[in-house]
Design a protein around this ligand. Structure first.
Ligand code: CAA
Length: 258
């Protein structure tokens, strides 16, 4: 297994790889190094025949992933913003389309890009302290790593409007109630993910990978392009500059609507 700087990627018992996003002091926020290493680890998952399934989680007690790295975002313009969104979408699509089953163990904050990462996985198990939300509008932005699409697919249009337009955060029990997660862990979420993957891995591997493709084929791709375009265009607004500066300066944003 390759070694990485911002993630841990290890082969566990039973041919399951455990990928841990490892920037706990920044609540595992996704900067470009994490995205690049995440992408490489997904390719490794596909190509390494010893790996039969993948679990993705976050380091530390507090967060799965608290979103894209806002410090990096604050420097974007329309072109680089759209490009970043497309890059994130591409990596998350490689997770969603992975031919081996992928389970997210959501162990704390899963906000913005973190919720989007969890939603790109095939199955989600939340710990009882998990918190989900797409708070991008608070930054003068929209979700850019597929969140406007996958949230709508998972919970329907009504809830997607409510969450994306308000940026509200919900706890694990509500996430379970609305179908955003498959299970709230009662004990050790990683062990529960391994047990679930153990069941899947006893089935025909070719059938499992075709089932993943078939389920993914039920949704179209146009919305992702639109999301990336809009994400990029927002990166040039005053509201976005104000929203990201306010977060970094630890104050409330004052939006002007332009
Ligand atoms: N990007 C960069 N740094 C982040 C971060 C992020 N998304 N989330 C947290 N951090 C950093 C904080 O700046 C802080 O760093 P310092 O110690 O250097 O100041 C550290 O992680 C700990 O965070 P807090 O002190 O804020 O912890 P808290 O317990 O008070 O709050 C939180 C936790 C509610 C999750 C809060 O950190 C927060 O609101 N984070 C941002 C969430 C967010 O807006 N995510 C969406 C990002 S945009 C996006 O993801 C776009 C997209 O779709 C592609």
């Amino acid at each position: 297994m390759s070694s990485y700087q911002t993630i841990n990627y290890e082969l566990q018992d039973n041919n399951i790889a455990l990928l841990t996003i490892n920037r706990p002091d920044k609540l595992n926020a996704l900067n470009s190094d994490v995205l690049n290493e995440l992408s490489a680890a997904i390719s490794e998952t596909e190509s390494n025949e010893s790996v039969k399934a993948l679990i993705i989680t976050g380091a530390g007690e507090k967060a799965f992933v608290a979103g894209a790295d806002i410090k990096e975002l604050s420097n974007l313009d329309a072109e680089t913003g759209e490009k970043l969104s497309m890059r994130g979408q591409e990596i998350f699509a490689s997770i969603e389309n992975c031919s081996k089953p992928v389970v997210a163990v959501v162990n704390g904050y899963a906000l913005g890009g973190g919720a989007e990462l969890a939603m790109a996985c095939h199955i989600r198990i939340a710990t009882s302290n998990a918190v989900f939300g797409l708070p991008e509008v608070s930054l003068g932005l929209i979700p850019g790593y597929g969140g406007t699409q996958r949230l709508t697919h998972l919970v329907g249009k009504a809830k997607a409007f409510e969450f994306v337009l308000t940026g509200k955060q919900i706890k694990a029990d509500e996430a379970l109630r609305i179908g955003l997660v498959n299970k709230v862990s009662e004990n050790n979420a990683i062990d529960e993910a391994k047990d679930l993957l153990g069941i899947i891995m006893k089935k025909g591997p070719v059938a499992v990978s075709k089932a993943i493709s078939a389920i993914n084929a039920s949704f179209g791709d146009d919305g992702y392009k639109k999301e990336a375009e809009l994400f990029g265009s927002l990166c040039e607004t005053e509201d976005f500059r104000e929203g990201t500066s306010a977060f970094l300066e630890k104050r409330k944003a004052e939006f002007k609507g332009r």
